[in-house]
Every structure is written in C-alpha cells, then in structure tokens.
Write a protein that binds this ligand. Structure first.
Ligand code: NAG
Ligand code: NAG
Ligand code: NAG
Ligand code: NAG
Ligand code: NAG
Ligand code: NAG
Ligand code: NAG
Length: 676
C-alpha cells in the first residue's frame, strides 16, 4: 500500500510539470482588490487586516521592531520556458505611511515579486524582504518606498524610491520630493509600476491623487527576464526598527500579459507525457486552479521530492525483498542533504547515551554537535531493523515536502549500515510535556503569553496540514511530547512517524497503530478510523493541558481514581466555574476572558461527536479573534456508536511505557466509553 502511494505521488509530481505551462501560459493574470479580506491573501509576520486595509507592521504607540508581508496566494507565471518569453506586468496600489511619533521614522515598504511565499524578512532596514542572517537567500525583484537612511545599503536619504534586485542595495533610486511628495507625510499615495518586456523598461509613477501622472518618477532600462522565474509570488512587505511607523496598503490591482498563446497539448514529443497530461486535465476540470497550485507549491522542492520518492520506492522494494541495501546516493539540489554515517557518528559521540534527548516511536533522538560548522541538530535513529523502516520512509517523504514555521524542519538524512537517520533542527527548549510537567516539580513554568502562542501556532500548523496542503496530512499522534519548542517558545510539531499522505475527499483510512491514550477521540477508539477530526480532538486535549497544566489522564490525589482531563474541565464548565481549571502555577497571571476562551476552544475540539468539532482553520480564526467561538453545551453530550473495536484491537504496537498505562487505564477507558 505504501509503495503504491509513493508511486502515485511520484507520478503526480513528475507529470504535473508539463500541464502547468500549457494551462498557465494561456492566461493573462488580472486581479483587483478594492479592499482586502483574508480571501486570496497570505499574511506573514506582523501584517494584519483592519477595516479592509492591510497593515504590514505592528500598530503601537511605542516604538517597536516589526516586519510583515502580504502575498497574493496564487503564484503567477512570469516566464514561459517553451516559448522563451517573459511577461510584462502592471500594478497599481494606494498606500499610506503614517507615524504616530514623527521623531521615530523608518523603515518603509516594498512591492515585490519573489519565487518564495514563506520568507518573512527581518525587521530593520531589510524591509521584511530578507533575513538579516541570510542576506542572500531570498530572491526578489522589488520596488522600495524607503523612509530611512541606511548607509550600509547605499541609501541616498530618508525619502526615496528604488529598484532592488536580490539585494537591498538599490540599482537606482530617486527622491520623490522632486515631485513634491514626502513618503512619510501620512497622505494617501498611489503608485503605478509597469514593466514592459518588449522595451526592457521598468517605470514607477507616484502621485498623491488618483490620476496617473504624465511622467514617471523612476525609469530603469533593465531586462528582467534573467530575474523573473517561471512562477513567482507578488506582494508587499515592510519593516520597522524601533519606530512607530505604520504601513498601510489600501487597494491593489495587478495585471500580467505578454506570454505567448497556449500551444496544442498533444504536440509533445514524449507520448507518455501527453497521456498523463490528458488524464490530469480531464480529472481536474473546474479544479484546475487547485491542481495548478499543487504543482506550483511543490515546484521548488519538487526535484527533491521526486528524488526522495524514487529513493523511497526503490529502497522499500529492496527491503521487502530482504536484500542488502546499497549505499544510496541521491543528488540533492537544495533542501535536506545527505549526511554520512561517520559524520553523524562523530557528532553524537558514537551515539553515546549521554547524548540521548528523547525517545520516539521508533528510536532514540540524539543531540548532534557538528564541530566543523559549529551547529547543533537532533538526530533520530531507527531502532528496529525491519518494521521501523517503512515508518521511517513514510516520515521522510511526508516531512520533506512540508514547509511551515510551526513544523520541525528536516535538515538531512542518512541511510547507511542498515540504519536510517533523520537530522532535524535542534529545539533548545525541548518538548512541551517537559515544560508543562517538569520532573523536579518546580523550575520555570510557561507564561500565559507563551501558552497562548503555543495554542495558536499549533492551530496554524494543523490548519496547514489539514486544509492547505493539497495532499492532506493527518498527523495522528498529536500529544505534548511531540510538540517541540524553539528558542522563542514557538510550538513546532514533530514526529510524523504515524502520518500518512491521504488524498482529500477519500474515505478515512483505517489504522491499527495508536497514539497515546487520553489523546484518542472516542470514535477512534470505537472504529479505529483516523480523520482530521481525530486530530482536532487530540489538539483539544493538548490545549486543555496547556491551560490547566494537567495530564490527559491523571490520578486523583485522594481517591487515586483516574481522572480524564476533558471530563474534569467539562464538569467545571457544567458548574459554571471553568476558570478554576486554570493552571495554579500561573498564579492568576492571565486575562480571564482569554483563559475562558482557550478552555472553551479545548472543550469544543474535544467534543465527543466528531461532527460538532470545529475545523482547525476555524479554531485558528477563533483564537485570532476573527471568528465567533463555538457554543459549548453545559453538559457533555453523549454518543452511541454502531461499530466497536476493543482497546486491544487498536493498540497493537507502541511505546512500551504506554503499554503499561494502557493496561492501567483500560477499565477507565471502558468506563468512559460507556459514558459517552
Ligand atoms: C484606492 O484607495 C485610495 C485611498 O483610499 C483612493 O483614493 C482610490 O480611489 C482607491 N482606488 C481604487 C481604484 O479603488
Ligand atoms: C480569489 O481567487 C479566485 C480564484 O483565482 C477568484 O475567482 C476570486 O475572484 C478571487 N477573489 C478575490 C476577492 O479576489
Ligand atoms: C531566449 O531569448 C533570449 C532573448 O530574449 C535569448 O538571448 C536566449 O538565447 C533565448 N534562449 C533560448 C534557449 O532560445
Ligand atoms: C531570520 O532572522 C531572525 C532574526 O532577525 C532569526 O531569528 C531567524 O532565525 C532567521 N530565520 C532564518 C530562517 O534564517
Ligand atoms: C492579455 O493582455 C494583453 C495586454 O493587456 C491584451 O492585449 C491581450 O488581449 C490579453 N490576452 C488575453 C488572452 O486576455
Ligand atoms: C509541433 O511542434 C513542432 C516543433 O516542436 C512544430 O514544428 C509543429 O508545427 C507543431 N505542430 C503543431 C500541430 O502545432
Ligand atoms: C506557498 O504557495 C504554495 C503554492 O501556492 C502553497 O501551497 C503554500 O501554502 C504557500 N505557503 C504559504 C505560507 O502561504
């Protein structure tokens, strides 16, 4: 089953390439936002919406450092390889740069085209375009409206418009005060940016009225065809550095044109491509935009994924046939790289026990220190020589294709000496359970602010996995020990050992591998089916743990009876004293309304009826105050199931510590099952 999935996946990504250019080159892209909603836009960093206007940076009366980006969701074709043509484009937008405290100005905003829709640049002079630590990583063509003089970027003054390509050192700048315009005046300004590929010329017009001026403010004769990638995202970014400047985008229209007309799809030399193309097209129908997005979304890491899938498929067959594996060497362009066993051996001091920082479902996790580069990573080492491998490959092919700021990023891998090793970013603050339930009983406890942030980050990544990836991913094993915390205590979801790629609109797959008791939705316990709603349930339990500082199943101190966290909180809700569930270690240092909201979100996610649980996207909106909370009934509703599996049927293999708790909790689980 696994190998077929990989094969299908491989087919999809290999053959999606061609159709994209056929489909996309037919169209000019045009959009026009008179005002903004969340529709079709991605907001990164501090950018947010207020009354239909995008505000790119934080709005605070006190000086702050902030950066934010807004990106049009759909990538746009700027270069067509088949016809070797580059698009022309025109854009118009109105913006306002205000300042609450005119003595602290800076830094400005930029309109950009970039192949990357994930990069959030740093605050300061970087205009939210590049990361201060990786100045050369992001590629872009941008027009900056800069309100601060940064001498190290060669800025002429604190009021200039310039063209930037892959660097903040502008190719050409101009001072708009020549046309009587002060960018920082707080007035509505409208900019027009045109690139005409036939003339190889870019022009910027700027006006404080609605009509386009006769003369451009900035004209640059430049051939952008060397910089415009096939697919690029368009958007705005801005930054502040200890200032109170506010950057508002009020409306925006965009139009691209000039790519040669569509070619006949059958006129392809390789007939296999034609066939697949046709299958793809007939099955896509009205869905073509989504499919397009899939193709494009993976266009960057696509090569890696193809190689990886081939690798996965081949190696799986090798192992199935119980053959000795060869030393697999795949050529990677970017992304995760292959490590040598020797390298990982020496970085972990020969997998020394003192370097163990965790135990996953299929092996230990080691801290690795690479002396040569001075970097630290976490290395996950496969323990089982047989069953572990397919799981390992599942994790590899899933996680390598996913990108989200709340995921633990895969840095590399190694398949040698009959072992499989995955190298991840090192998470200095460990896993959430270690912080929620410190072994010593005291130590630093998470602040309310951190806890809220963890709940939001987790909702964000789950919403990505469930709804935003074209290949829906059900995590299946959401629990506090799988949630890592980075240096800023942001939640990072890890351990995709149990995740499987699952096509949207397909019936949920059955599984007999279980997560951990207490995180399992009742219908999962009864029917053994994992859906996004079972993930939502586990998320609800985690949120309650975060708010209450209690384990999902805990012994009552007096009676020694096992108490289920969801039931306990729901009981307090029934009695109208839900706030008493709040973690005592917070010493009441939280906003009561926020705590109540988080607890109710937790309960609504842990609703016994899966149909009543909100989607992760809805949860995210609720936590961000963009949607109304879900009503939570005073009494926990009861449910009756038609199908039934016993706990033993479901829990086939898992960590041994769990086995103990299963036998312990079994009676309790049966109890609670008959209650629901
Ligand atoms: C864009 O917004 C500006 C400022 O609010 C306004 O003057 C202008 O008419 C708007 N343009 C369009 C096309 O909506
Ligand atoms: C969002 O994008 C879709 C598909 O490209 C389009 O049909 C729709 O009109 C867009 N909505 C807005 C508000 O631009
Ligand atoms: C594509 O066109 C450019 C000029 O626009 C030309 O210099 C280049 O050689 C062409 N490339 C191919 C592969 O035809
Ligand atoms: C981006 O820069 C910030 C500091 O401004 C740093 O904390 C972060 O790790 C950087 N991110 C990447 C992906 O380099
Ligand atoms: C694309 O845009 C150009 C210029 O704006 C226009 O002349 C052409 O007719 C458009 N093509 C299509 C297919 O809409
Ligand atoms: C197919 O493409 C070739 C060049 O690749 C061209 O000479 C031929 O005219 C095309 N045929 C059709 C039907 O478009
Ligand atoms: C980036 O674009 C791809 C493809 O359109 C999309 O799947 C992905 O969700 C986008 N990422 C973000 C952070 O918007």
């Amino acid at each position: 089953m696994m190998s077929r999935k990989l094969l299908v996946f491989l087919f999809l990504i290999t053959f999606l390439f061609k159709p994209i250019s056929f489909l996309a080159s037919a169209e000019n892209v045009t959009f026009d936002f008179h005002s903004f909603t969340l529709r079709n836009l991605t907001l990164l960093g501090d950018s947010h919406l207020r009354n239909g206007v995008v505000s790119l940076t934080q709005e605070l009366g006190v000086p702050s450092s902030s950066s934010g980006t807004v990106i049009y969701d759909y990538p746009i074709l700027f270069f067509d390889q088949d016809s070797n043509t580059t698009a022309s484009f025109h854009t118009r937008f109105s913006f306002r740069i205000k300042n609450l405290n005119p003595s602290s100005f800076g830094d400005g905003l930029a309109f950009f085209l970039s192949p990357d829709n994930q990069t959030l640049g740093s605050p300061g002079g970087y205009l939210g375009l590049v990361n201060s630590s990786q100045l050369t990583k992001n590629r872009f063509v941008a027009v900056e409206f800069d309100t601060r003089l940064d001498p190290h970027f060669g800025d002429p003054n604190d009021n200039h418009v310039g063209l930037d390509i892959d660097s903040l050192n502008s190719i050409k700048t101009v001072d708009p005060s020549s046309q009587g315009i002060d960018l920082k005046s707080g007035k509505h300004l409208t900019a027009w940016i045109d690139y005409m590929n036939e003339l190889k010329r870019l022009r910027v017009f700027l006006s404080s009225s609605d009509s386009k001026p006769q003369n451009p403010l900035l004209t640059v004769d430049i051939d952008l065809s060397g910089y415009l990638r096939e697919m690029m995202f368009v958007g705005f970014s801005a930054s502040t550095e200890g200032s109170t400047e506010i950057h508002l985008i009020e409306n925006w229209s965009f139009h691209s044109s000039g790519l040669s007309p569509v070619r006949h799809p059958h006129n392809v030399s390789d007939s296999s491509v034609t066939i697949i193309t046709d299958i793809h097209r007939s099955s896509s129908g009205s869905n073509h935009h989504k499919k397009l997005a899939l193709g494009l979304g993976i266009a960057g890491p696509v090569f890696f994924c193809v190689v990886l899938s081939v690798f996965g498929y081949i190696s799986l067959r090798k192992w199935k046939g119980a053959r000795t594996e060869k030393n697999l060497k795949a050529e990677f362009v970017a992304g995760p790289r292959q490590f040598s066993y020797k390298e990982l051996m020496s970085a972990t001091r020969g997998f020394h026990s003192s370097r163990i920082i965790g135990h996953g479902a299929f092996g230990n996790v080691y801290k690795a220190i690479f002396m040569s580069s001075g970097t630290i990573a976490a290395v996950k080492r496969s323990r089982h020589s047989h069953e572990g491998k397919s799981e390992f490959l599942a994790e590899l092919s899933v996680i390598a294709c996913l990108r989200h700021k709340n995921l633990v990023q895969l840095q590399g891998w190694c398949a040698e000496k009959g072992e499989l090793l995955l190298v991840y970013e090192f998470m200095p603050n460990g896993s959430l359970d270690k912080l929620l339930y410190p072994e010593s009983g005291h130590g630093m406890s998470l602040s309310w602010c951190n806890r809220k942030n963890i709940a939001v980050g987790l909702a964000s990544v789950l919403s990505y996995l469930h709804q935003e990836c074209e290949q829906q991913v059900i995590h299946r094993d959401i629990k506090t020990s799988n949630i890592m915390l980075d240096g800023n205590f942001n939640a990072r979801l890890g351990d995709f050992g149990l995740a499987r790629l699952m096509d949207h609109d397909k019936s949920p797959v059955s599984t007999l591998t279980a997560g951990t008791m207490g995180y399992l939705a009742p219908e999962y316990l009864h029917c053994g089916t994992a859906t996004e709603k079972t993930d939502v349930f586990s998320y609800g339990v985690v949120v309650l743990e975060v708010a209450c500082g209690r384990r999902p199943i805990e012994k009552e101190p007096y009676s020694q009876k096992l108490e289920n966290l969801v039931d306990w909180v729901w009981g307090l809700h029934t009695d109208g004293r839900i706030l008493e569930a709040a973690d005592k270690r917070l010493n009441g240092e939280f906003k009561e309304e926020e705590m109540r909201k988080l607890l109710l979100v937790g309960l609504s996610c842990a609703h016994p009826d899966s149909a009543e649980r909100p989607s992760m996207r809805r949860v995210l909106q609720i936590l961000n105050n963009e949607a109304d909370p879900v009503f939570v009934p005073k009494r926990k509703p009861s449910l009756i199931f038609s199908c039934s599996l016993t706990v033993e049927d479901i829990v086939s293999d898992d960590e041994e510590c769990q086995r103990a708790s299963v036998s312990h909790d079994e009676d309790h689980m049966k109890d609670s099952a008959s209650q629901v």
